[in-house]
Structures are given as C-alpha cells and as structure tokens.
Design a protein around this ligand. Structure first.
Ligand code: GDP
Length: 446
C-alpha cells in the first residue's frame, strides 16, 4: 500500500521501531509526524541495537528518505548528536530531510518541564522532562521558534526576546534560563550545522504520493497517549493517532491507504496514569524481567500487565486500523495461561467493551473482566529455526488462537508477528490464513 500509517495501539513501547524497521525494506519514505526526543525506538537492524530518538527509522536503510516531519518538536543539539552517533556506528544509510516547520525545543522548555511537574505534585503526568510538552505549548501559544527560524539570526533574537518575556510572566523569573545572547549564538551555530538537511518536506511527499511511492508515517508515542483521545491528562502533547499522521506530515487524508496498529502481546505503561490491566506484585515483576521492560530514553522501569481489548478496540475505531502487528509474543512463551481483558465493569455496574471512561479518575476504578487462554510454547532455538524456514504456519497452535481471537475482537486481522528484537524474527500471516478463533477449542473463562 503506497501510504501507510504505523500507529502504536497501546500506551507506547509496543515495539514500533522494530516493526517500522521491518517495513522500511519496502519504503521509499519514512516520515516521523509527531513527538521529539521523548521517543526511544530500539531497533536491531543487524546485531547491535540502535536507539532512534528524533530520526525516523528509515535512516537505517539505503535508498530510503527519512523525514523528521512538520509535526515534530526537535532539539537541535541532540539531533546533531544523534546524526553524529549514527554516522559513527555506520548506520546512517538513508537520506535525511528535516522539516522547516518543525518546532525547536529550547533549554528553557526543559526548565519549564521540571517546574510544571513540581506544580502538579500528585497530579504529575510523568513526563520524560525533555521539554516536549512546553515546546508544544509554545507552538500553540504562537511563541515558538521553528527550524526555519534557525536560518535567520535576526529572527532568532527577536523571537527569543518575546519568548523570555512570556516565560518571565509565567514563572515569575528567568533566572534559571540560559542567558539569551548565549542561547541565540548557539542556535545560529546549530542552524548552520543542520542547514544541509532542512527543507519544505510537504511538496516532496505530495509528489512522491502522486507517483505511488511507498511512504510510511511513523508515530513516536501511541494512541492512548493522544492529547485529546488518550488518558488525559496523562498523555503526550501531540496526536500520535492516524489523523495526527496526516496533520504532522502534511499529506491529505485521501492519500492514506492503510493503517497498521502495533500491539504488544501484553501491555506496559511508563509513568503515571490509569492502567486497568496492570499486574502488580510478582506477576508484574516477572513480565518486566522477561520482557526487559525499561524505557529506552529514560531507563525507567515500565509498569506491566495483560492485553486490554477494550482499549485496543477503542484505538482501532479511533485510527481505523486495517491490520495489526503483534510484538513480543516470545516473552509470553512458556506462561501456563495468558489472561486477556475482554471488558470492564464500571463502578455503577455498567459494562464497557470498546469505549473507556473519559475521565482518568473513572478509568482508574474499572474492574476488568477476564478470559484466560492456555499459554503457548517457549521460543526455543528449534522453534525459531522452524519459523525462519517455514514462516507463520510454524507458530504454536495456542498462539495462533490468541492472534485469531485478538484480530476478530479488535476488527483488524493480525498480519505481522514479531518474536524477537531482530529484523528477521518476524513472520507475515496472510489475511484469512488463521482459522477463526471460534473454530478452535473452547477457552476457559474466569
Ligand atoms: P517502541 O518505542 O514502540 O519502538 O518500543 P521500544 O523500543 O521502547 O521497546 C521495544 C523493545 O522490545 C526494544 O528493545 C525492542 O528491541 C524489543 N522488541 C521488539 N519486538 C520484540 C519481540 O518481538 N520480541 C522481543 N523479545 N523483543 C522485542
């Protein structure tokens, strides 16, 4: 499909980087459409892991054009470091373009991030502290600097003046901020270093879409962290959803051909916010250890739990998933049973199946209803070898049933399954390839 949006369907860390890296084999363009250095996709193109923060995964493929798109907020210094790092690892293989419309994250946004979390106290959103939220606030507030400004020193000075006045008004002081002149000089230098990559990226994409070239739209965060449709206020400050992929890339809606939802075989969440299927105690700890669930950007331990059909059905409706990719099925290999949340009971006794409560405070108080599936075999070297040789048919029978059930319940078939971090640990399932879940042995309900 020429234009495909690849959307995290849960709270993030589903393994979007891994699936994107697999899909880039057939992509001419990969566009990151939201977020900034708060993302940390871990990709293992060969043997060594590479962590992508502000660069799209397409940069790892020769012949692919990777675009840091208009919907992003970018930290120029960190971006230069990331480029340098990838070059030194020999992984900077594609062509990089950076949108002139992307907004700039400044050191003062980080100061503001810390200040805001302090003000929020118990209502902390658990940000990564990298100034992403405040940079998006300045974008909406029309105080922001864009990458295009970095090419014009006189505009940098003028806009910083305004920004510092606004910050003083907000926080009562600018004492903690770096001196304005120093920052302006630094931005001029960074602007010079980034100049070879900067351009207006939309016309290039319009042309590519018209020619039927393959374009992947890459999200950084995930649907349930969308500023409007996620678990507000425990959300990110942009739109990781499919609609956001269009706004953040500049492509018109009718160009979008397919939307792949990425789900992990279980669920995780970093930071605060409601997580109805969270497994507390030793069960959660086991998932965390087995899945090495720690943030790629911050190293923070992730909260772990089971697959949530209510939230995934909701994400599917919101994004129009045409298919699903499920990752980390190997992590559950050897579990005797795999529970899955099929609905919520709300405190007032009502049931929810595909639309979670709007208020985070209410989502905290739902009681999941579970169905328990028999677990599947461990991913031993023998099974891995068979999967490499025979493809999806070699997947354990119990796992096929789980995949079939999830696809049916979510309303989008699972067509990609990832069973390890490497590119080759992936199988494709043709649509209709899996037997219907109902045709398989009865599951046990709890
Ligand atoms: P993203 O931000 O959604 O790309 O996710 P992260 O990179 O934060 O986390 C995914 C982690 O799981 C990375 O370390 C990946 O290398 C790893 N990973 C991805 N898919 C699989 C899989 O199928 N099995 C295993 N064991 N690890 C995987």
């Amino acid at each position: 499909m020429p234009v495909t949006a690849v959307i995290g369907a849960q709270f993030g860390d589903e393994g979007k980087g891994k699936i994107l890296d697999y899909l880039t084999a057939n992509a001419d363009f990969v566009v990151r459409y939201q977020g900034g250095p708060n993302a940390g996709h871990t990709v293992v193109p060969h043997e060594k892991p590479v962590v992508m923060h502000q660069l799209p995964t397409g940069i790892l493929r020769e012949g692919c054009t990777a675009i840091s798109g208009p919907g992003m907020v970018l930290s120029p210094g960190d971006l230069l470091n990331e480029i340098q790092q990838l070059k030194s690892q020999g992984e900077f293989r594609g062509r990089l373009l950076i949108s002139e419309r992307a907004h700039v994250i400044l050191p003062l946004h980080r100061v503001q991030d810390a200040w805001e979390e302090e003000v929020r106290g118990a209502m902390r959103t658990g940000t990564t502290g990298r100034g992403i939220g405040p940079a998006y606030m300045d974008r909406v507030g029309r105080f922001g600097l864009r990458m295009a400004d970095l090419q014009r020193p006189e505009l940098i000075h003028q806009k910083l003046e305004l920004l510092y006045t606004a910050k003083k008004h907000m926080t009562g002081t600018t004492q903690e901020l770096p001196p304005k002149e120093e920052l302006a000089a630094q931005l001029v230098e960074e602007g010079k270093a980034l100049a070879p990559y900067l351009c207006s990226t939309e016309p290039i994409l319009w042309e590519a879409a018209r020619e039927g070239q393959h374009i992947l739209l890459e999200g950084a965060q995930s649907a349930l962290l969308d500023i409007d449709y996620g678990t507000y206020p425990f959300v990110t400050s942009s739109h990781p959803t499919a609609a956001g992929a269009l706004v953040g890339s500049g492509l018109p809606p009718q160009e979008l051909d397919s939307v792949i939802g990425i789900v992990k075989a279980y669920s995780t969440r970093v930071g605060s916010g409601p997580f109805p299927t969270e497994a507390l105690g030793p069960e959660g700890e086991r998932l965390r250890e087995r899945g090495a669930e720690r943030g790629a950007t911050t190293g923070r331990p992730r909260r772990c739990g089971w697959f949530d059909l209510v939230l995934t059905r909701y994400a599917a409706r919101l994004n129009g998933f045409t298919s699903l990719a499920m990752t980390k099925v190997d992590i559950l290999g050897g579990e005797p049973e795999v529970p899955i949340c099929i609905g919520y009971e709300l405190p007032n006794g009502e049931q929810a199946e595909d639309y979670p409560p709007v208020l985070a405070e209410d989502l905290e108080r739902v009681t999941p209803r579970w169905r328990t599936f028999p677990g599947w075999a461990e991913f031993t070297p023998t099974l891995m070898r068979r999967l490499h040789e025979e493809g999806w048919r070699a997947l354990p029978r119990e796992l096929k049933r789980y995949l079939s059930f999830v696809g049916e319940e979510v309303g989008a078939p699972v067509t990609l399954v990832s069973y390890g971090p490497r590119r080759e640990d992936t199988v494709e399932i043709p649509v209709g390839g899996l037997e219907p879940a109902s045709a398989l042995e009865e599951w046990r309900s709890t």
